[in-house]
Design a protein. Sequence first.
Lengths: 78, 344
Amino acid sequence: MTRTAPAPDVSTFSACPGPSAVGRNLPPPAGSLGLGQFVGRSLFPLLALTLILGTLLWGPWVTLALAVASWAVVGRIG
Amino acid sequence: MADPRRRPLLLRPFARDEDVHCVVYHVVVLLACGAAFWIWLHPDSAGLSGPLAKTAFVVAAALLLGWISGVDVGVNFHNHTHRRIFRAPWLNRWFGRLWTFSGGWPSFFWEHAHVRVHHANVMEADDWTLPRRRPDGRFESVWRYCALHWPWRYAAHLAHDFTTGRGGHQVGRRALGELIVFAFLYSIPFWIDVPMALCLWVLPHFVANCVTMGSGMYVQHAGGAPKSSGARYQHSNTFLSRFFNLTIFNIGYHLEHHELPGLHWADLPALHRRMRATYAQEGARVVPYGYYRAARIVSSVLDPDGGYRRFTVDDQLPEFRRDAPHPQREPEASARPRLTSRSA
């Protein structure tokens, strides 16, 4: 069975990887290097680093509890 | 593209400004690994006084490092395989090697599996990266897939591909060279302390591959159908959670990604907005949450079939369901049989 889906209108997007096509058709999203996005995109590794280093302060059992809680929370909201 | 000479010096090596985030992510992953190693080597400073306390730390570190290193390879390096983040080829090649060894992979191997096998044959019989199908067309259990796929199936398929030339001329020779580079990098923690390497290096990579990447691969395509079935936009699932997409490089726009793999990850939301009406008309597969919640649903222990059905059928957004009323839909379109794996 063949469907007759309309061709996607992607004429203004670059479909080819490589430096020659980089960003040529779209302006970068506003605030692409803003602090919020910077922290947001690295949120989980920063969280992991904080919890691991936090072991020096609160010990391994609290780190384990926070790690399990992180998995549980993100499993619900993410 | 902006004139590279007018960009800040630190950004000039990058193909796009947003790609700085990819490097930051990977550097923080390496720092987290280093912090865990340091604590292991200085147990008194963190109260790792006995085997129980040490076990608690290892389990916590395995969960945290496995989570972020799985995303680091399966999402972050993944974007690099489709669209290099640096302007210089040598930098792309070497940063790639340094990117994946902390996820338990030679970069060339992962790129082969993802680009030449998965993207070129998504949902088709030749796509050995995805879960196997049951007789009724559904994916095998997510538990079975996660337990059996990495490293066992991967190793067998990669060995077959590299010895039979799938992947191009002299692919086996290149794979051997990349394996040697990987073996050198991967062995570094073992030179320092073998038990530490097993607990804080190998174990997190098991979590990264079997749990993080395995469940991610599963939910990206569960319930879908290949293009060869005639279903144009049902090969992949799209996940619209804003929180999820912000924190994971927009990988939730997975249908969009497979339609245009070369599109930069920062542009995927724009492509979704542009294609949304078409997707709604064609019955694309879209859910309102992210991979994490999807993985929790399909891995239901008490009701595995119910979890699979909830994710692949019940939770699909009504706007995109082919059986939902739609003003632009041709009358005969709604009479067509549903072309998902549920009816395949």
